[in-house]
Design a protein around this ligand. Structure first.
Ligand SMILES: *Cc1c(COP(=O)(O)O)cnc(C)c1O
Length: 460
């Protein structure tokens, strides 16, 4: 074998292993039927390679586990909280911190604090829980991502960017006082883990602040975003991830965070702000919904693990192996002609179900069907990110029909080896060869909120 480039490897080795259950097709067929063709309703022990999500599925390091033993489980003023606060200030630069049990706890409180009924909340593509909390607070989400983000084949290096014209048009249309804030998600999960450039967030910040509008960063994967800036943006090649993240976050006024992604833990999140008044309100609200402001629904040990995870995730060599592992899977599939979102994003490879199952109309949930078929064929679990996830318009009751109809194969951090990804790629390619036999689904049970989690389907 000849190397076309210098190989990379994970900057860690394995100390503890968890056995996987191997099952046969007949067994998986039965499991999938019982789960209503929804991969969220499978039992995890029936899954071979679990690419459902990168949320809370991270492997913690020995340094983090050691930190778990240093949990200060005091109700108030735990030393782990102060350490976490110090690290949030150091790595992200926000002044005030309120921990939450996970990201949506942060979104809930920030939405309630900043949105008044009738206000608009622009953002670079919706995220499920983010938009729902904005709507529950009486706001209306407006998508202001660049058009390229909706085109799965477009080769733009920063497909997560905000379209400044769309943002400005909204301000002109509804008036700046009707814009609660703008959310900038980086990277953009629903667009395929696509990054936002430094130049873009800087310009967004200037336009927003000129109009008295706050910028809220969805910092869930902002460290992964920093890596893309280092690799792709002029002038950042020689900066460390730590420097890039600090500059990036400096263009925002607040952040919501799901620590279950970037921060290498299994549970945890926070909201961080620079504005004392907003902090006061959040600190008051958190005691109602999450817990006292120095733990926010987390054990002391969980805050310690998150603070330590932050230190590990910001390392350049760790992040290079993380992003390159995802790219490894994406490149194999792309080379084999499988339609995927391009370029490959930070946390997942997204199969383009519209092109993969081009004979199944969107009303028959092609991505949902593809995720089910992949599980049945191989025991690999992915998830739908298309019409089912998009849900319904709250006014008209009609289904949103997103341009992107995707199956997400999400790579948990530090969990799987390259061989697991080879097995995954092999099975996706086999499925692609036999794609014309696939059938669509019909929905037979639809929950009211975030339907993709619990909806049930039958084969057409
Ligand atoms: C996961 C996620 C959230 C919500 O966080 P949870 O910890 O799952 O509640 C918010 N925004 C983005 C971009 C996410 O990926």
């Amino acid at each position: 074998m000849e190397f076309t480039r210098k190989p990379w490897a994970e900057p860690y080795k394995i100390k503890v292993v968890e056995p996987l259950k191997v099952t046969d097709r007949e067994y998986r067929e039965k499991c999938m039927q019982e789960a209503g063709y929804n991969t969220f309703l499978l039992r995890s022990e029936d899954v071979y390679i679990d690419l459902l999500t990168d949320s809370g599925t991270n492997a913690m390091s020995d340094y983090q586990w050691a930190g778990m033993m240093l949990g200060d489980e005091a109700y108030a003023g735990s030393k782990n909280f102060y350490y976490l606060e110090e690290n949030v200030q150091k790595y992200y630069g926000y002044k005030y911190l309120v921990p939450t049990h996970q990201g949506r706890g942060a979104e809930h409180m920030l939405s309630q604090a900043l949105i008044k009924p009738g206000m608009y909340v622009p953002g670079n593509m919706y995220f499920t829980t983010t938009r729902l909390h904005q709507e529950l607070a009486g706001g209306t989400f407006v998508d202001v991502i660049i058009d390229e983000a909706h085109d799965s084949a477009c080769d733009h290096p920063f497909k997560g960017n905000v379209d400044l014209n769309k943002f400005e048009n909204l301000i002109n249309k509804v008036g700046a006082d009707k814009v609660a804030y703008i959310t900038v998600g980086a990277t953009v999960n629903m667009a395929g883990g696509q990054p936002v450039s430094m130049a873009n967030i800087k310009a967004v910040s200037e336009l927003a602040h000129k109009n008295g509008i706050k910028v809220v960063l969805d910092a869930t994967r902002a460290m992964e975003n920093a890596y893309f800036i280092q690799q792709r943006e002029e002038g950042y090649q020689n900066k460390t991830m730590q420097e890039i993240l600090r500059e990036f976050a400096s263009y925002s006024d607040a952040a919501t965070m799901s620590g279950k992604k970037d921060l290498l833990v299994n549970i945890g999140g926070f909201v961080a702000v620079n504005d004392w008044d907003v902090f006061e309100e959040l600190r008051n609200m958190v005691v109602v919904y999450e817990g006292l402001h120095t733990y926010g629904g987390l054990a002391g040990r969980d805050m310690e693990a998150m603070a330590r995870g932050m230190e590990e995730a910001i390392q350049d060599d760790y992040m290079a192996s993380r992003i390159n592992q995802v790219a490894y899977l994406g490149n194999i599939l792309n080379d084999a002609g499988v339609p995927i979102v391009w370029p490959v994003g930070g946390h997942a490879v997204f199969l383009d179900a519209k092109r993969f199952y081009d004979h199944i109309p969107q009303e028959q949930y092609p991505a949902q069907a593809l995720a089910a078929d992949l599980y049945i064929a191989s025991g690999v679990r992915g998830m739908e990110r298309g019409i089912v996830s998009a849900g319904r318009n709250k006014e008209t009751g009609e289904e949103y029909k997103p341009k992107l109809e995707l199956v997400r194969l999400t790579i948990p951090r530090r969990v799987y080896t390259q061989s697991h990804l080879d097995v995954t790629a092999y099975n996706v390619i086999e499925l692609f060869k036999n794609r014309h036999q696939a059938k669509g689904l019909k929905m037979v049970y639809e929950p009211k909120y975030l339907r993709f989690f619990q909806a049930r389907f039958e084969r057409m």
